[in-house]
Design a protein around this ligand. Structure first.
Ligand code: WT7
Length: 662
């Protein structure tokens, strides 16, 4: 099977969805934006920068004199927190709700822009009292509570780059990140609510701070969220409600250079030492603000926006904090899991706040599919007008399910491709412009230049596959890897001369639309054929019995690699079916036959193993490296970036020793 045939298979149903006429008529962005940006890319970005309020307007758009080290809007000065908060209050929108907070236990808080301004000012004053100065790094290790957003904005306000560490990470992961960023302050909480129980966070901070390399942390600022018992170091630990609450609620923001560091965020990375991705101020805020306005068609007066990502992930940074708040949006912030106390919790939240724009991940969509159509059907989701997806390729099956069951078969779905490194959305349909194709991210945004190249770096023609590259610098691009310029050069800029290598496989269809095919490390080589894990997974999930699938190539004496599929069965799977043992013969043959029909006989999995859960990173990405370890009978590698490390124990303990059958 050639990759082109399989793409043709993927596209065979040729489903296309035109933008709803009403949405198109009032859309923030029309097709003209592509023309404007095409005619003069830098002028286009200079115009987008004027969405922001600058203390000193930039005169230079891009300084690319020392590639790949970019400087955008370099002589401009601005304050990010002022742009996300104060200017909306000054414009008369102080009473507009910024955040509808929904705690997992059902407690709520409504925070207006005026209140947010006071909270951020108090937190900024508190950090200053703790001796934080411009340029000092602050680690943030918090659950999904308003203080997470307030802390990030307080750091931005005083020019202290933050390093947010996902609350699900271990003490070890936290310690390495504190050390690498050389943080002086850690902001955390006693705990957060998760699955109906308080789940402690502070003990992980206490443990992390016993590790060598973290000695420079002077203070730990602790939010009281759960009220659980917490060990205390009187010299070092400070309660948020004691320090922050007594601060003056005004603070005058200072303008910083456009290239002042805004934050470091360590990539979820499925392999190797985490990379501290550095984002700066002016270009980052320009592109997050523009893309949030364009891709979600945000109307700040009427929309209620909800991004379900965690704040510890770049989606949380760009599309919970900086993009939406710079645009004066009203948004929902939810602390807990989608199935607490019941599997309709998300839809209940959509109904309660009349959410109009929802941005989530394919893994969550597939989980909801698995729970069944009846659950969202119980709620009034008619307020929704745009649905977004991010994090991994969305298989057409899930895309269609999302549109049909959540979007009443009318709401556009925007599949947004980007990375921690790109800082903001890069390739996506526009809801009022693009005729969408389920499973494809389709088109680089206005002002973004992306294409697909072959091994030699030559652009491939329509209908062919290869590697995704970005051919021009963009405003929200990473500036380097923190403390390691060489690794920045090697990782992204050395594979193809003068172009950014994203690490993703991609194809262009006959119309030139881009289809993402997963990380290139995940491509399998079976009897001399390149087969993408994404496509086999997509084929498996298109079978009615399969809810989720993770496919890996395991070393095989005959074929080089053999396809091994881990699947989650849909609906009420029996205990036997999820035992982790090879699937019963009948089901295996049925699924193999189905994949052969969808993709060709070469793509038939050699082994199919039903499991109860799949190992995923915090951003919902399957850790194929670990599944390969299982499929190849090896001891497990590093599991510290898994959201739930017990998943692997479960899979492994129940697996028979993998001997090759068939
Ligand atoms: C990688 C980046 C972007 C924020 C969340 C993840 C994959 C992301 C898509 C998409 C296909 C996607 C890519 C990318 N990815 N969005 N719409 N279609 N693949 O950030 O953890 O830095 O991961 O996620 O493989 O390179 P990240």
């Amino acid at each position: 099977m050639s990759t082109n045939e399989s793409l043709a298979n993927l596209l065979k149903e040729e489903r296309r969805f035109a933008p709803p006429a009403e949405l198109a008529a009032a859309a923030n962005i029309t097709a003209a934006a592509y023309e404007q940006a095409g005619a003069d890319r830098l002028a286009f970005w200079a115009a987008q920068a004027r969405r922001l309020t600058w203390e000193t307007e930039p005169t230079e758009t891009l300084d690319w004199s020392n590639p790949p080290f970019a400087k955008w809007f370099t002589d401009g000065k601005l304050n990010v927190a002022y742009n996300c908060v104060d200017r909306h209050v000054e414009a008369g929108h102080g009473d507009r709700v910024a955040i509808h907070f929904e705690g997992e236990p059902g407690d709520t808080r409504t925070i207006t822009y005026a209140e947010l301004q006071r909270e951020v000012s108090k937190a900024a004053n508190a950090l200053i009292e703790l001796g934080v100065r411009t340029g000092d790094r602050v680690a943030i290790y918090l659950p999904m509570i308003p203080e997470a957003i307030v802390s990030m904005l307080a750091c931005a306000r005083i020019g202290a780059p933050h390093s947010v560490v996902f609350g699900g990470f271990s003490a070890d992961a936290l310690a390495t990140r504190i050390e690498d960023a050389d943080a002086r302050i850690v902001i955390t909480s006693d705990g957060g609510f998760r699955r109906d129980k308080p789940s402690a966070l502070k003990p992980a901070v206490d443990e992390a701070l016993t590790r060598p390399g973290t000695e420079k942390v002077r203070n730990v600022l602790v939010v009281r969220r759960t009220g659980q018992e917490t060990s205390w170091d009187d010299e070092r630990d400070v309660w948020w409600h004691e320090l922050v609450d007594r601060q003056p609620d005004t603070h005058t923001p200072e303008a910083f250079d456009a290239e002042h560091p805004l934050y470091i965020l360590y990539t979820s990375g499925t392999t190797g030492k985490p990379k501290g991705i550095l984002h700066t101020t002016g270009g980052y805020l320009t592109q997050t603000s523009y893309t949030h306005h364009a891709v979600f068609d945000l109307k700040p007066e009427t929309d209620v926006y909800w991004c379900t990502a965690d704040i510890g992930w770049v989606t949380g940074h760009s599309y919970i904090v900086y993009g939406p708040l710079s645009n004066g949006a009203t948004e929902v912030l939810y602390e807990g899991t989608p199935d607490t106390p019941h599997q309709g919790r998300w839809w209940e939240i959509v109904q309660k706040y009349r959410v109009t724009i929802l941005y989530t991940a394919p893994t969550a969509i597939r989980t909801c599919m698995k729970w069944g159509d009846a659950i969202p059907a119980k709620f009034d989701l008619s307020s929704l007008r745009i649905l977004g997806s991010v994090g991994e390729p969305i298989n057409p099956e899930a895309w269609i399910w999302y549109r049909k069951n959540i979007g009443a078969d009318t709401t556009p779905v925007v599949d947004t491709w980007w990375q921690t490194e790109t800082g903001a959305i890069m390739i996506t349909p526009l809801p009022g412009v693009t005729e969408t194709k389920p499973g494809s991210a389709q088109t680089p945004l206005p002002g973004i230049c992306a294409t697909v190249v072959n091994d030699e770096g030559t652009e491939v023609p329509n209908g062919s596959g290869g590697y995704l590259v970005l051919t021009e610098p963009w405003p929200s691009m990473l500036r380097t890897i923190w403390g390691d310029d060489q690794r920045y050069l090697d990782t992204y800029w050395s594979r193809f001369e003068g172009r950014y290598f994203a690490g993703d496989g991609a194809k262009k269809d006959e119309d030139g639309d881009i289809w993402l095919l997963g990380r290139v490390d995940d491509v399998m080589l079976v009897s001399g054929h390149n087969i993408s894990t994404t496509e086999v997974e997509s084929a498996l999930v298109s079978h009615p019995k399969v809810a989720e699938a993770a496919v890996v190539g395991a070393t095989d004496a005959t074929t080089g690699q053999a396809i091994c599929a881990f699947i989650i069965l849909r609906g009420c799977a029996s205990e036997e079916e999820t035992s982790g043992a090879d699937a019963p013969g009948g089901l295996v043959e049925e699924l193999r036959g189905h994949v052969a029909k969808e993709l060709g006989p070469i793509a038939k999995p050699k082994r199919i193993l039903p499991v109860a859960e799949l190992p995923k990173t915090r951003s919902g990405k399957i850790m194929r490296r670990l599944l390969r370890d299982v499929a190849e009978n090896r001891a497990l590698g590093d599991v510290t970036t898994l959201t739930d490390s017990s998943v692997m124990e479960l899979i492994q303990s129940k697996l028979p020793t993998a001997t090759s059958e068939d």
